[in-house]
Design a protein around this ligand. Sequence first.
Ligand SMILES: [Zn+2]
Ligand SMILES: [Zn+2]
Length: 476
Amino acid sequence: MLDIVIAGGLAVLPSGPEKADIGVERDKIAVIGAPGSLAALGAQRTVDAAGQLVIPGGIDPHVHCRWPMPVPGQTQHNMTDGPDRVSQAALFGGTTTILDFALVDGDNTVQQAIERRQKEWAGDCHCDYAFHTMVQGKLDPSVPDQLAESIRAGYPTVKMFTTDITPSRKGRMVQFGDIWEVLKVLAREGGVAAIHAEDNDIVMHMYEKLTREGRTGFENLAEVHNTLSEDLAFNRVIRLAANIEGCALYMLHTSAATGVRAIAAARANGVPIYGETLHQYLMYTAEDYKRPNGQIYHTYPSLKFAEDHAALWAGTDHGAIQTVATDEICCPLKYKLQGRRIDDTTGGNAGVEPRVSLIYTETVEKRGRSLENFVGLVSTNAAKIMGLYPRKGALAVGSDADIVVLDTRQRHTVRAAEMHEADYSPWEGRDLACWPSMTLLRGKIVVEGGVLKGDLKDGQFLPRKIPEAVRAHPVV
Ligand SMILES: [Zn+2]
Ligand SMILES: [Zn+2]
């Protein structure tokens, strides 16, 4: 007797889409068969998914929960919403796993930073989760050894900045020599470097120049965090990695054609490098900064231009871009609008809830892309790169029963007021081609018909290990 059968839907399996019944036993997918073939086994509950799409739960590889947000002109911080809120929104939208960051700050060791983050999240997250570590500023010489230990303990991805981002945020940038040392450890111990790559000289030069010229409004952000900066920084990091045997890269929030080209060229040379872009980089440009509340479309680096759009979209079609993340910063509109200048505008976006349906609409419906392409971008590729596959990111026997039934029979309009995230959405009013009718997390129905069910805050931490193949060649 099975616990649940998701019957008759068009299931996006690792082998491709087919009409199938998916049988769930406890927390795993136990059996997959032709429609009707599981009836003999019996089930506590059979969900009729006929006419709907069935996909593995979404994975957002880049979110920031309970994260300090600088307040313009002040030393204190506001905190963004915590995992309780963000993970709930994630489940409503069909995302069952989120990856956040354990920031190593002050005198903390990497291990202390992880311990603190684990405590903050324990019992407070509705979906499953994992952490990247993040090191910043001048690194203590003991940090590479600490990272070796954390990589082996299930935290194989390390975020580093090549820039301070804004003149007021000094202390983010990691010196290139220190990045070199960390990359060597990642290569040796089985990790992947997650790089926020911008050319600090160019970015800070542009801050000085625009400040001198009195053009400090945020609508000029694309001139500061510009395409040349992405070109220089991506290529510099790639050259560094290419000099380290076994060094793999994950380029965070790729925003420009120059970044796409840098990743594509490296992949063509066999460098194990993967590209992430963000939902809003695919759909908005620097022109959107001029709209009312234009800050709501912004994340650092910055929105770019039409040609960057075109390159990013081309890159998502089995090219340089493997994942579409949100860079989630969940906060009220009043916080998001606090900064108005090029040097104090709040980064990050609300969007974890509509992400899956939005990317379906943009890929499958608008661009005629395959269902595998869509599922790859919102789930499977992140699972593979981040070391969660096939436990996550697959509708396969033995995988966690993280299953989303996407109702493609009726359209859905994005309304922040009807969602569970922030009091605004950069996607307000968007017409989507689908919306989840049901989300399962490890075999439990957690959202059904727009209602949260099941055990609350039952999210589990996921220790990760990245397969050697992913770190040896660009396999996704
Ligand atoms: Zn970043
Ligand atoms: Zn981020």
